[in-house]
Design a binder for this molecule. Structure first.
Ligand code: NAP
Length: 324
């Protein structure tokens, strides 16, 4: 496989969990950068990143990681993005592009921007791809293939910096779209954040019915419940931060959801089969639309492939949908 000329000289990764380690693996596989410098919060993770050989250099702190980097990607939970920006701000190279991967964009923009010097380019991003797993072992090079990466550059951002970052994500296999941070947060509240909240609720409710849960629910767990348990296994820190930082959009969507749930409840109570059938027919069409645009497969397991990326074993379970 022929690699392209590197788009960046030195990539600094702050945080090497699922997303950071997948970026490292994909950037390596694609020759997207000449060199990767990485750091993480704990010595244990930094040691593991070294053992896995994910970076050319693993350094002890955030400030050291960004020295001389022309691309910095902050891959930490949304709630600590501001602290990390304060750590790295004074040490950034002139002209560096600074980005992140957070699942919420308004809060990241608000918390990071004040710490970044005017001679750097801040272009927040969210790769809409993931699994319920965390840590450097859980990443894989094909995670972003065929997935969307949403860029939310602030007003006045340098278009050439935005385009350079877009080119980086495209090289990793992603499709790129640009939108305002507030719009991103509203869209993701319904497509990702609310589904996670519902999964956390259902699995929690089933667990409260302890007698059933310990026996029949687990034993007979059909596709629906199994999928919910997978989503509800997502990282507690990441998802706590998502709900704390995207509070308004989630509450707005939750209001609409509760109204719709009340309507379905009423239809069941009244034995209104026509209303139920109509509703389920509409939602079935939405599912088919998602399959048609290639964001999922009709097969039970969604196998990803990309002609330009090496095939490597995908961790299980990785299938069906992204926990982003
Ligand atoms: P993860 O696997 O838990 O990894 C988080 C990493 O951040 C770890 O390496 C952690 O280090 C490091 N970290 C935490 N605080 C730090 C600090 N103050 N300074 C330096 N490093 C720090 O998380 P992830 O799933 O990759 O998620 C990272 C970001 O991606 C989140 O903002 C999330 O919203 C976003 N995202 C996640 C998904 C998904 O499906 N998981 C999808 C799209 C976007 P230690 O291991 O030492 O604690």
């Amino acid at each position: 496989m022929s690699k392209s000329a590197p788009l960046f000289n030195r990539l600094a990764l702050i945080g090497v969990g699922l997303i950071g380690s997948s970026i490292a693996r994909a950037a390596r596989a694609q020759g997207a950068v000449r060199e990767i410098v990485a750091t993480a919060q704990s010595a244990a993770t930094r040691r593991r990143v070294t053992e896995l050989g994910l970076a050319d250099q693993v350094v002890e702190n955030n400030a050291a990681a960004v020295a001389g980097a022309d691309l910095v990607i902050v891959c930490v939970p949304v709630g600590v993005c501001g602290t990390v920006a304060a750590d790295i701000g004074p040490h950034l190279a002139k002209g560096a592009i600074v980005s992140d991967v957070g699942s919420v964009k308004g809060a990241v923009l608000r918390d990071m921007a004040p710490h970044l010097p005017g001679d750097t380019h801040f272009v927040p991003a969210h790769p809409v791809a993931g699994t319920e797993n965390s840590g450097p072992d859980s990443g894989f090079a094909t995670l972003f293939v065929g997935r969307w990466c949403i860029l939310t550059p602030p007003a006045g951002a340098d278009p050439s910096a935005v385009e350079r970052l877009a080119a980086f994500w495209r090289l990793l296999g992603a499709n790129v779209e640009t939108m305002p941070a507030a719009h991103h947060d509203l869209v993701l509240a319904i497509t990702s954040h609310l589904p996670h909240l519902i999964a956390y609720t259902i699995v929690g409710t089933a667990d409260e019915l302890a007698e059933v849960t310990r026996s029949e629910v687990l034993k007979f767990s059909a596709g629906g419940f199994r999928d919910f348990t997978r989503i509800a296994a997502s990282d507690p820190t990441m998802w706590r931060d998502v709900f704390l930082t995207n509070k308004d959009a989630v509450l707005e969507m939750l209001g609409t959801f509760n109204e719709d749930l009340s309507q379905l409840t009423r239809a069941i109570r009244r034995g209104d089969g026509e209303a139920l059938f109509e509703h389920f027919t509409r939602t079935r069409a939405i599912r088919r639309g998602i399959v048609q645009i290639g964001q999922d497969s009709p097969a039970p397991d969604f196998g990803r492939s990309h002609p330009d990326l090496p095939v490597e074993p995908l961790p299980r379970p990785y299938a069906v949908s992204s926990d982003d």
